[in-house]
Design a protein around this ligand. Structure first.
Ligand code: FES
Length: 67
């Protein structure tokens, strides 16, 4: 587990990679869900997360590539 501070105008995946982390991804477009994470607190803005089902959203999952 690790923590990454992400500026409001950046995506989590891109910012984490910029900080040196290697994380799973495939499409980078919010479709494949390879980059899914469980959001433990705060608000996660991800209107482009087309691959995330309503159930997963309600369970608190987010997609790093578009969040
Ligand atoms: Fe495919 Fe994020 S990399 S949904």
């Amino acid at each position: 587990m690790f923590e990454v501070e992400v500026p409001e105008d950046r995506y989590v995946l891109m910012e984490a990679e910029r900080q040196g982390y290697e994380l799973p991804f495939a499409c980078r477009m919010g479709a494949c869900t390879q980059c899914a994470i469980k959001v433990k607190s705060g608000e996660f803005w991800q209107p482009e997360a087309i691959g995330l089902s309503r159930n997963l959203r309600e369970e608190g999952y987010g997609l790093m590539c578009v969040g």
